[in-house]
Ligand binder design. Structure first.
Ligand SMILES: [Zn+2]
Ligand SMILES: [Zn+2]
Length: 329
């Protein structure tokens, strides 16, 4: 099949990038969940001070305590590896909350890592590569979708004040503590896209591959999405900001740029992007789950025969987006 004219699909690419990145994140390789302390509670197994005891801002802090386990020689850390064997981490935490934590940890402070990843991936395609952008459907109306080019992208660095949540991740046995959202200022880096024929370069779509750092408020696409990244229209982006931040930083203005310099993670990100490109190029032969990106996708959408899932659960959570495109060319 000649597929050279098919545009790159930003939604599909985001699902693949999310899987390849999350399951190989160097900062969290071979870690298992030991304990979760939801806002208002403190972990019992570590003795770190709470963020607000450091005179940091007093917002909702989720603690996650991880155990670094000896190298298991697996090439990936899957969600199923994240849970401690034989026991639940307590606190009546649901399966979906555990999934949120798995990705919340891996998206920790991840704005620039993800911008670096997207940049490396897009640079692997020729400049005249078409890009299809699909937004989530709203109520009865279909989602907005359009074709643009991979070059119609911009990096947006947005300064905000008072993030509504913070996250403290303790990694044992080395007692490493990673905290984000604890300062009054918070800057995000996300990628924006515009229409092909618009000389004003107005941003119409906002992709944040690290939106899960805000927990469930980071799920998308669209504001009621259940998936693992944000792909928002301008209105959705503004509402998401209101959900996660106290407001814009009046002292600073957003910055846009065409490219960022490399990150310390570029070797790893290049491997991630290379695997994603290979899967994309091979998309008609091998499928992946339209929610989690797992290659173990055996369940096909009966409506269109075009979407695949690792099982009924992920088919269900992806339906809020897919219903807008099922049976559509
Ligand atoms: Zn799945
Ligand atoms: Zn379908």
């Amino acid at each position: 099949m000649d597929t050279t004219d098919e545009p790159l699909d930003l939604y599909d690419i985001a699902v693949l990038l999310n899987y390849e990145r999350a399951t190989t994140e160097p900062r969290f390789r071979h870690t298992k969940l030991r304990e979760v302390a939801l806002p208002g509670t403190r972990p019992k197994t570590v003795a770190f001070k709470a963020p607000n005891e450091h005179e940091w801002i007093d917002n909702d802090c989720t603690w996650v305590v991880l155990d670094q386990v000896p190298d298991q020689s697996s090439d990936r850390d899957l969600f199923s590896d994240f849970l401690p064997e034989g026991k639940k981490p307590g606190g009546g935490i649901s399966e979906q909350e555990l999934e949120t934590l798995f990705y919340q940890v891996r998206c920790h402070d991840g704005g620039y890592i993800n911008i670096g990843l997207l940049q490396i991936l897009f640079n692997m395609f020729p400049n005249d590569t078409k890009l299809k952008i699909r937004h989530a459907p709203k109520n009865k109306s279909p989602g907005e979708s359009y074709i643009t080019s991979v070059t119609k992208r911009v990096i947006i660095e947005e300064p905000f004040m008072y993030p509504k949540t913070s996250m403290a991740i303790a990694i044992l046995p080395e007692n490493q503590l990673l905290v984000s959202g604890n300062m009054p200022n918070f800057e995000t880096a996300i990628m924006g896209f515009g229409a092909l024929d618009d000389p004003s370069d107005e941003v119409k779509s906002y992709l944040d591959l690290s939106s899960m750092q805000f927990g469930d408020a980071g799920r998308g696409p669209g504001l009621n999405g259940k998936q693992l990244f944000a792909l928002d229209t301008t209105a959705e982006h503004q509402s998401r900001v209101m959900r996660t931040m106290g407001g814009n930083d009046p002292e600073k203005t957003p910055k846009t740029s065409g490219a960022i310099r490399g990150t310390p993670y570029d070797d790893w990100l290049t491997e991630v992007a290379t695997r994603v490109k290979k899967k994309w190029d091979n998309r008609h032969e091998e499928h992946w789950c339209g929610h989690c990106g797992s290659p173990d996708a055996t369940s096909k959408c009966a409506g269109c025969g075009q979407a695949w899932y690792c099982g009924k659960d992920h088919q269900k959570v992806a339906w809020g987006f897919h219903r807008g495109y099922c049976n559509k060319a």
